[in-house]
Design a protein around this ligand. Sequence first.
Ligand SMILES: Nc1ncnc2c1ncn2[C@@H]1O[C@H](COP(=O)(O)OP(=O)(O)OP(=O)(O)O)[C@@H](O)[C@H]1O
Ligand SMILES: [Mg+2]
Length: 251
Amino acid sequence: MILSCKDIYKSFGGIKAIDGCSFTVAEKKITGIIGPNGSGKTTMFNVISKLIKPDSGTIEFKGQDVTGLKDYELAKMGVSRTFQDVKLFQNLTIREHLQIAMSDTDEKLLSNIFRGKEGDAQKIKEVMELVGLDKPLDTYGNDLSYGQRKLLDLAIAIAKPHTLLMLDEPVAGVNPRLRDSIKDILRELNSRGESILLIEHDMNFVMDLVDHIFVMDAGKVIAEGAPEEIQNNPCVLEAYLGGSEEGTKCL
Ligand SMILES: Nc1ncnc2c1ncn2[C@@H]1O[C@H](COP(=O)(O)OP(=O)(O)OP(=O)(O)O)[C@@H](O)[C@H]1O
Ligand SMILES: [Mg+2]
């Protein structure tokens, strides 16, 4: 197991966004998180990647308690993520975005940008080929289509040194061809030994790709299992159709 979240609680004012959520991510597997809008999926990603502090609960990464770490400390340990709303710098080029991603220290960043090391140029080429982003490296973030931005965001997450990749809705709003190509990219990364945790609403994509699924509703996990088990679980369907105020209880 590479990641374990135990009994996480997080309220925003009166809203219990996370209400006792626990799940684990197996090493070298693809794990999916599904659940209705507002069920707390992104908030869990924010808690795990340290953008927000939970009210209580613990997080372990590679067997170490990382609950109290800062975001950059966890990133250094090997957690890389994408965001539901792609965040790119409009005035930076593809190359600059990837150089920043590959720099884990300020010194390395400066040497990457001003001296453009050979090894890094090779890594950039590899990542671009892997995601299939067919644009010149000096294209600005501003000049990319939605699908290309999604690919660059994925390339940035991949370019960061990591062992766990966390993707928040990697195929939201992309066309079916790109969706299939993102599926292939993730399979390729997984076959190289990466552990992947992804949130996604696209059921065909999730069911086809992941090894294990956790279903969230109202801030907690209400079901888990292999894709076939989840597909045939009537309780999960009920959660999607709008269960009770406190959420549907399946476990
Ligand atoms: N910073 C915040 N301040 C206040 N409320 C928040 C904040 N972040 C999330 N919430 C609330 O927490 C709940 C869970 O939101 P979250 O974004 O985690 O859901 P989600 O499962 O990712 O939904 P979606 O599938 O629509 O992306 C929602 O009610 C949301 O409005
Ligand atoms: Mg979300």
